[in-house]
Design a protein around this ligand. Structure first.
Ligand SMILES: Nc1nc2c(c(=O)[nH]1)N[C@H]1C(S)=C(S)[C@@H](COP(=O)(O)OP(=O)(O)OC[C@H]3O[C@@H](n4cnc5c(=O)[nH]c(N)nc54)[C@H](O)[C@@H]3O)O[C@H]1N2
Ligand SMILES: Nc1nc2c(c(=O)[nH]1)N[C@H]1C(S)=C(S)[C@@H](COP(=O)(O)OP(=O)(O)OC[C@H]3O[C@@H](n4cnc5c(=O)[nH]c(N)nc54)[C@H](O)[C@@H]3O)O[C@H]1N2
Ligand code: SF4
Ligand SMILES: [Mo]
Length: 734
């Protein structure tokens, strides 16, 4: 095929001679693109393509999905279990039986010596839902530690907490189709074009057709902000003040939806009293958005026929993360914008299966959005699994961000990390390094043996990745989608599902609990447990999900029996009056007083430190760092800094600089850009020993999520540029 200038340097797309395609869902972000993986006649995986008939992406993929097939044989894959007594020794290759026997005996030893909760488990948002369910069954049903959480505490915890506080249960109420109905979109701390490129494309198409106003709230001039009708460069960490001020105007001018509020909510009086304090002139001094703009935006939003709020980490990763989510729910509720086409409060999730872990992993509760705190729900699961209800704790244990400090204080002695890399992704990594070093036993279960936590591990369990295994994942709009196995796990690696099952036999000698042998069997149990609940998936099966290119929950067995075809599932939650998940069916309007508790720039550390992501990389680069066509865009760490600030500091474009915070330092390349304010910098968090050496990560009181996006640093010029370049090169093995 020829593109561009036909005579000169034509680009040829090589014919990969693909003979078979296998259905899957992308394993990076939560957009949930349907993807097909192609094999040639030699049974080699050689390509991927978007699935045309899939509603989510309609044939499209972003730069990560397009090269996802290169993962399987990328550098650094773990292909054999490893063990060592001490972390200063070299690893020895070992058999699966030895590695799992040893892991089980260390877990038992630690629990017997120090108590059941002294062994902690931290998992992820990136394995399949059947795997999450199985890990939860093993942890809650057999191992019995209550200190079991996921990296979603770094990511979605504030959204979960905010949904629970406002609506009674987790579960994003909207869907992508809402872009095609909305009359106004506010996007808070979310950079869709880079982080959810295909959701962005859906939104952009809808906007081109109907030209609704797009209002972007972000301290940084992101790609989405450039595309916005109105960009509100809010002061870091002050979104709640802006939300309160918008509500102030809405009530002041009588723009609220009184009938909706009366029929669906409670708490209006206290909310009105609180937001009365946030008149736009007072709010301006805190959030930095001027009075007129606040009034204009409030009117635009409240007068729109339907209006939606979406948000991502700019809201969640803050000391006011949970409050920020509740604030957006408040705004949606007082204007009657929940459960309507185009009227919603939609958390854009992060990892490919961040939703699956929330629904089924039992991390902070029990499967199917059940609470440990609820005796009936404990009994239900105990009966289903065939164990004593008294084995379950009566309230949730520590969050990930409390587990690490508990290792520091000696309360926790052993840790199992499943598909998460806290040496790069947690705040204040110099402290995390010391914490991991303190463990009596660390077992790391990961697809890549070169991920940074392995350095501190006693045992390494090599996991199969993505379409080397089978199962489902749930995306941002509650769509459950299928991944079929296209190729065998590399080397001796095993699927997480098999690893959990085989470890479970070491705790299950009396065969107390039955573990399904296949992902389809685990799905069957989830289906059963979902009946009659908000997240009802009882009408679904692996086959139907694949055939439908994903189904949104709820989709019940009654709908299936009634032949509701094609089975699309539930587009929206809370579409009927007073059906929120509290006993009285009413949503809560919650007043949000603002407490300014962030680390702020001062004379010693004069810059705001903001961190986030780039389109070409995923998280700690264990995957995209090895894919040439992703890594080449950003092979080394850099920092966005304004040309004005750089000039004052005497810093040149593309020179190396040293950033220093109260926690540590990091060397990055300075990229001069007006994307950031003069007193702020932005550093992508993808690189090891980089921005998280600097971050403070103060915790949200409700969700325990770290404020990765607010901190203070100073910037120092580096005289010896060659040494800095050399050091950088040596440090970046991928
Ligand atoms: N390419 C790529 N895509 C990804 C990922 C990836 O690693 N790479 N990761 C996935 C995951 S797990 C997640 S959670 C999502 C994250 O997706 P996003 O949240 O969209 O990405 P971030 O870059 O972390 O942060 C978004 C924005 O928050 C802004 N922000 C900072 N402070 C504030 C504030 O105080 N208020 C407001 N309103 N905004 C603020 C930042 O300037 C930044 O532009 O992306 C998912 N998609
Ligand atoms: N400064 C700063 N820090 C941040 C953020 C930020 O915005 N700023 N964002 C936070 C957010 S939102 C998130 S979600 C976290 C992410 O933080 P992490 O979860 O630590 O990051 P990942 O690199 O995605 O780690 C996932 C690991 O799982 C492995 N893996 C992939 N697939 C499989 C599989 O199928 N099985 C197994 N066993 N392993 C697998 C990968 O190799 C990788 O090592 O980072 C957080 N940290
Ligand atoms: S937008 Fe997300 S789900 Fe879609 S191809 Fe890109 S990384 Fe994968
Ligand atoms: Mo995330």
């Amino acid at each position: 095929m020829l593109f561009g200038r036909k005579q000169k340097n034509p680009i040829k797309i090589a014919d990969k001679k693909i003979t078979s395609w296998t259905y899957a869902t992308c394993g990076y972000c939560s957009t949930g693109c349907a993807i097909e993986i192609g094999k040639n006649e030699n049974d080699e995986v050689v390509g991927t393509r978007g699935v045309g008939g899939a509603d989510v992406n309609r044939g499209k993929l972003c730069v990560k999905g397009i090269f996802e097939h290169e993962l399987f044989d990328a550098a650094g894959r773990g292909d054999t279990p490893l063990m060592r007594e001490q972390t200063n020794q070299d690893f020895k290759k070992t058999s699966w039986d030895d590695a799992l026997d040893h892991t089980a005996s260390e877990i038992k030893r630690i629990q017997e010596k120090y108590g059941r909760d002294s062994f902690a488990i931290v998992s992820t948002g990136q394995i399949f839902t059947e795997e999450f369910y199985t890990l939860g069954k093993l942890t809650r049903g057999l191992i019995g530690t209550n200190n079991y959480d996921g990296n979603t505490t770094l990511c979605m915890a504030s959204a979960v907490s905010g949904y629970k506080r406002s609506f009674g249960l987790d579960g994003p109420p909207g869907c992508y189709e809402d872009f095609s109905h909305t009359d106004c979109l506010m996007a808070w701390g979310s950079n869709l074009p880079e982080q959810h490129p295909i959701i962005y494309w859906r939104m952009k198409e809808a906007k081109e057709q109907r030209d609704f106003p797009l209002i972007v709230i972000d301290p940084r001039v992101t790609m989405l902000a450039q595309f916005a009708d109105i960009h509100l460069a809010v002061n870091p960490g002050t979104d709640v003040v802006l939300q309160n001020a918008l509500m102030h105007v809405i009530f002041d001018e009588g723009l609220e939806d009184k009938a909706y509020i009366k029929a669906n909510t409670k708490g209006i009086k206290a909310l009105r009293e609180e937001v009365a304090k946030y008149d736009p002139t007072t709010a301006y001094k805190i959030c930095g958005i001027d009075e007129d703009t606040i009034r204009n935006v409030a009117r635009l939003y409240a007068n729109a026929g339907t209006a939606m709020n979406i948000w991502t980490m700019g809201i969640n990763q803050s000391t006011h993360g949970s409050d920020g989510v509740v604030g957006l729910n408040n705004l949606s509720l007082i204007t009657g914008n929940i459960g309507k086409p185009g009227g919603t409060s939609l958390s854009i999730t992060g990892q490919c299966n961040a939703m699956g872990t929330r629904e089924w992993s039992s991390c902070s509760g029990l499967p199917g959005y059940r609470y440990l705190e609820n005796a009936d729900e404990r009994q239900e699961i105990a009966d289903f699994w065939g164990i004593e209800e008294s084995f379950f704790p009566k309230k949730r244990g520590m969050a990930q961000t409390d587990i690490f400090p508990a290792i520091e204080t000696g309360e926790i002695k052993g840790l199992w990390l499943v598909a998460t890399n806290p040496m790069t992704s947690m705040a204040n990594t110099p402290r995390i390094r010391k914490i991991l070093d303190k463990l009596e036993f660390l077992v790391v279960q990961d697809a890549y043996v070169d991920m940074e936590c392995v350095e501190y591990a006693h045992t390494f369990l090599p996991a199969a990745v993505w379409a080397e295994k089978e199962g489902v994942m749930t995306n941002t709009e509650r769509r459950v989608n299928m991944i079929r196995k296209v190729t065998e796990p590399v080397g001796e690696s095993k699927s997480d599902f098999d690893i959990f099952n085989e470890l479970a036999t070491r705790f299950n000698s009396e065969k107390k609990i039955v573990f399904p042998e296949t992902p389809a069997g685990a799905f069957e149990e989830m289906r059963e447990l979902s009946k009659g609940r908000l997240l009802d998936i009882s009408g679904m099966s692996h086959e139907l999900i694949e055939k439908s290119r994903g189904i949104q929950w709820p989709y019940t067995e009654e709908q299936l029996a009634n032949g509701e075809a094609p089975p699309k599932g539930g587009k929206r939650l809370y579409t009927e009056p007073a059906t929120f998940s509290f006993a009285d069916g009413l949503a809560k309007l919650i007043p949000l007083p603002f407490i300014d508790n962030n680390e702020r720039p001062d004379a010693a550390f004069p810059f705001w430190l903001n961190s986030g992501r780039l389109v070409e990389h995923f998280h700690t680069r264990t995957r995209t760092g090895k894919v040439g066509n992703n890594n080449k865009y950003s092979p080394i760490p850099f920092m966005e800094i304004s040309p004005d600030a750089a000039k004052e500091l005497g810093i040149e474009h593309q020179s190396y600089v040293r950033c220093v915070s109260r926690r540590g330092d990091a060397v990055v390349m300075a990229m001069l850009t007006h994307r950031v304010a003069k007193d702020a910098v932005f550093i992508p968090f993808h690189f090891f020993d980089c921005v998280n050496r600097l971050t403070l990560g103060l915790l949200d009181p409700h969700s325990r999520q770290p404020a990765f996006k607010q901190g203070a640093i100073r910037i120092e010029k580096i005289e010896d540029q060659e040494a800095a370049a050399r050091m950088n090169k040596e440090m970046r093995t991928y």
